[in-house]
Write a protein that binds this ligand. Sequence first.
Ligand code: FE2
Ligand code: FE2
Length: 342
Amino acid sequence: MYTQAMDMPPPAGEALPKRHLSAVGSPDAAQLTALQAKFDAKIDADGRIEPQDWMPEAYRKTLVRQISQHAHSEIIGMQPEGNWISRAPSLKRKAILLAKVQDEAGHGLYLYSAGETLGTSREEMVQALHEGKAKYSSIFNYPTLTWADVGVIGWLVDGAAIMNQVPICRCSYGPYARAMIRVCKEESFHQRQGFESLMAMMKGTTAQREMVQDAVNRWWWPVLAMFGPPDANSPNSAQGMRWGIKRLSNDELRQRFVDATVPQAKVLGVTLPDPDLKWNDTRQAHDFGEIDWDEFWQVVGGNGPCNAERLATHKKAHAQGAWVREAAEAYAAKRAVDLKAA
Ligand SMILES: [Fe+2]
Ligand SMILES: [Fe+2]
């Protein structure tokens, strides 16, 4: 599903990811200079860095942080919607929601795999999540109070995810870029199913229309915050752009999202809860109101409505799945012995 503020600074004391073993071994100063020059030239030529290539440690660390944060967001993002699978209003809606939530699990798995190519194991990434050292998108710390929330998450949250993730298809790190191509196709289905579900409700009763409007009112501002802090307050963005990890700034992405969403809201017949939202003819873009950044930082800092619940649910599911991991490892070990004997 989504990625926010992936260029946010790491928590204090975060360890460097495990160094990936490369064919280079331990290069001396002259070799390092040559390797750095080769890396820079590849970035400048808009080439792709692959797992076996030498890369600066800070580039590797930034990618591990971003990809693991993205993976955790996909997995934690299953919770607010999963909450509604057993209460979907029809068999059709249930089947769609099941497929969507399963897609998010798949996105998490591609991303953990992409992260592992950088030399950090999935187990280490999950442990960092459980210890509060790794973040996930703050949007998933808000509750899904009604069925309309499920539609609004598809329309707005997955819509914002697409805006964020399409540029990552051109990310300089090959495995991440390639994972995003398939992810974005699936996110497109997520966005459309959300919009279609809301459209059905808007054609229904007054109570249904009010439910949709209420959900839009609650989600609009947290969704705008998903793009991360304003550019002026986002010191890591410039480096991410230089490395070709980030292609568009937080504010550019947010503006594109607002401009794309306003006409959709009109088609749906809902009001976006911002009195300052209006078309600016000079800029050829929409002006919009100030985001409550205090709230954003509170939620990122662990004090959102559902932070504790989301992490506790993940830890419980992880513990309950221990036997599956143990069985898979035992089977793999047995197969290795059998293959050796064969
Ligand atoms: Fe996803
Ligand atoms: Fe999604």
